[in-house]
Design a protein around this ligand. Structure first.
Ligand SMILES: Cc1cc2nc3c(=O)[nH]c(=O)nc-3n(C[C@H](O)[C@H](O)[C@H](O)COP(=O)(O)OP(=O)(O)OC[C@H]3O[C@@H](n4cnc5c(N)ncnc54)[C@H](O)[C@@H]3O)c2cc1C
Length: 414
């Protein structure tokens, strides 16, 4: 495990006992669940936030915070606190199979999830949410077709918590989704593997967030993200078409990454792997699950809120958590009934769908890395294309446009 990932953080205080009932039971205390719980608790609702792990805990991730995450953290009121712990980064370095590369500027940072998620959980607690861990979600309690609580596991005990609303924010694992009846696709959209490597010899040299495409890494890419304290998050991810089996040998991909990308080789050769390489699934494109059912809302990666193509999901997990909270709060304020609250949540989610569709389109780069050669070759010669790529990062332009037929023709014509 990295030094960054073990930076001293005070232990989170978790209430030992679960309440019998609350306004909202949030299951899963990742970015999505914590953002939702913090917002509801700040508005005076009684919120119980449960997670199967005590905090701080690890989460397998690249730890990259792109502009949408910065914006959502600002909305949540924790950006300054998070950035005080994070490694600030100024560019994403995109590297194509033939070795061409371009540095795209952006508001970026890297912070191991062990630290980030702990800060978010503590923020939710400060707002008044009651955190109880380790508590595992088993099943929903239903009455007259409505979810009215959940059956949980806390050690040997099998407690039940009743709630006006249950929010499911359990991430990419499929079991809770199936247990709630929201699952429409069991297979993940992608799988990824990461490790932390300590290597002081790279100090001052490996400062960008590197994203590398290569034929050997199809259908995905490799990355190196600097965490600070001479530690780097290095990993590979593979993304699949809808309905396709998630079948990739990530260990082989990781070896291939260190073979084809010299900085990855240098990092591993002179460095010390901290802990194990660890893999995890990804659920992308806002597909694979219903957004809710009576008494229940799903948020974050449970709902598929991670971007296809890049695998970034912290920002959209936070955003969808905030959207769920907003639908509940504004629904109560406006006197909406249960169905209208869910409809409002769906309307919020609908504003994200076009972006997800374009990221899905851009995912073709992972299957056909020669497209990265083309885009990067053009970007090296075109300040306006580099600006558009930067706009993709901060969400003012869309990646799908770079790869649409029109976009391609424009690239070739210039
Ligand atoms: C290898 C890898 C690299 C990635 N790199 C990046 C990156 O660099 N940047 C980025 O933005 N995104 C990245 N992602 C995606 C990002 O990790 C997810 O989008 C994000 O974690 C989703 O947040 P969430 O809150 O929805 O779920 P999670 O962060 O997964 O949180 C879910 C929580 O629910 C809890 N839980 C699960 N099941 C239960 C249960 N039955 N009972 C109780 N609790 C439960 C879990 O313990 C966990 O704490 C990466 C993903 C992977 C796998």
């Amino acid at each position: 495990m990295s030094q960054s990932a073990t930076r001293p953080v005070s232990a989170t205080v978790s209430a030992l006992s679960l309440p019998a009932s609350c306004d909202v039971l949030v299951i899963g205390a990742g970015p999505s669940g914590s953002a939702c719980a913090a917002t509801l608790a700040a508005a005076g609702w009684s919120v119980c936030l449960v997670d199967q792990h005590d905090f701080p805990r690890e989460k397998v991730c690249g730890d990259g915070l792109i502009p949408d995450a910065h914006a959502a953290l600002r909305r949540l009121g924790v950006l300054d606190e998070v950035m005080a712990h994070a490694q600030h980064v100024s560019h994403v370095r995109c590297v194509a199979p033939r070795g061409g590369q371009v540095d795209v500027p952006g508001t970026l940072a890297v912070l191991p999830r062990r630290v980030l998620d702990h800060l978010l959980v503590q923020h939710a607690q400060r707002q008044g949410a009651q955190l109880v861990t380790p508590v595992k979600f088993d099943a929903v309690i239903e009455e007259n077709g409505r979810v009215v609580g959940a059956r949980l596991r806390q050690g040997e005990a099998r407690p039940e918590v009743r709630a006006r609303w249950v929010v499911l924010a359990t991430g990419a694992g499929v079991q809770p989704l199936v247990a709630t009846g929201l699952c429409t696709r069991r297979t993940p959209s992608g799988i990824a593997l990461r490790g932390y490597v300590h290597n002081p010899s790279l100090a001052g040299r490996q400062t960008t967030m590197d994203v590398v495409w290569d034929r050997a890494l199809r259908p995905g890419y490799g990355w190196i993200f600097p965490c600070g304290e001479d530690t780097y998050n290095i990993g590979v991810g593979a993304f699949f078409r809808q309905g396709q089996a998630a079948d990739a040998n990530l260990r082989q991909m990781f070896d291939d990454f260190t073979r084809v990308y010299a900085p990855a080789r240098a990092l591993m050769d002179g460095g010390t792997l901290q802990g194990d390489l660890k893999g995890a699934p990804l659920r992308c494109t806002l597909e694979g699950a219903a957004s809710g059912r009576p008494g229940l809302l799903a948020t974050g990666e449970t709902l598929g809120s991670t971007y296809d193509f890049t695998g970034e999901g912290i920002g959209k997990a936070l955003e969808t958590g905030l959207m769920a909270a907003d639908a509940l709060l504004s629904g109560a304020r406006d006197g909406l009934d249960e169905a209208a609250v869910r409809q409002r949540y769906d309307q919020h989610l609908a504003t994200l769908r076009p972006k997800f569709a374009l990221y899905e389109k851009a995912n073709s780069v992972n299957r056909h890395p020669w497209l990265a050669d083309l885009v990067i070759w053009r970007a090296q010669r075109s300040a306006s294309l580099r600006r558009r790529m930067s706009g993709v990062l901060d969400e003012t332009s869309n990646p799908g446009h770079l790869l649409s037929v029109r976009g391609m023709l424009r690239l070739l014509a210039r």
